[in-house]
Design a protein around this ligand. Sequence first.
Ligand code: BEZ
Length: 234
Amino acid sequence: METTNQDETVSMPRIGEEAPAFKAVTTQGEIDFPKQYKGSWVILFSHPADFTPVCTSEFMTFASREQEFNDANCKLVGLSVDGLYSHIAWLRTIKEKIEYKGMKNVEVKFPLIEDITMEVAKKYGMIQPGESNTKAVRAVFFIDPKGIVRAIIYYPLSLGRNFDELYRALIAMQTADKFSIATPADWVPGDDVIVPTAGSCGVAKERMESKEEMHCYDWFFCTKKLKKEDIEKK
Ligand code: BEZ
């Protein structure tokens, strides 16, 4: 989607659309996005600035949990409008000097994009002038293995993200894809899932006759059990 903001064109990717493509320099070399991530989920996230406290707490948390996301077939890619040497110096400081909430010697192994020109940040609607003209807001884009944007979350500068929620959202979307279900409020693996509403009499009849155990709160709201082990197995 493109909108005109005074004299500037701002693009905002939308859910269900292809992730805008770009090539960029990162702390792990050049990347060709999202092409080189085809086949994996990827979380592309922005932060306002290197050497700032909220961002430092976020990077330490995300880097400490990177393996968990990788194990769920999801790669992480960060971005800010700082330059490469700033990124490298900040990540080195984090590794060598910062101990926070039991995390220390934290090495950020995922790529952090340098975006001094704001080219990528503008493509992804990460510059939101009401919040800041010079810094990216805290944006999170979930992109699926086909390169489609599946979820977007934006946070203001002052609000550190909840990484349990990012992980939960990833697993919920993967589970919805694999089992053709939806997930209710506050769902976590092991909780009951929502069976899509029967669209026709045939489906409703088939469902009533099936042995699958469901609990229906009303005709439009049915849930069934889905074991955590079954999600992990798939
Ligand atoms: C921070 O990460 O601490 C931060 C960055 C920009 C504005 C406010 C806070």
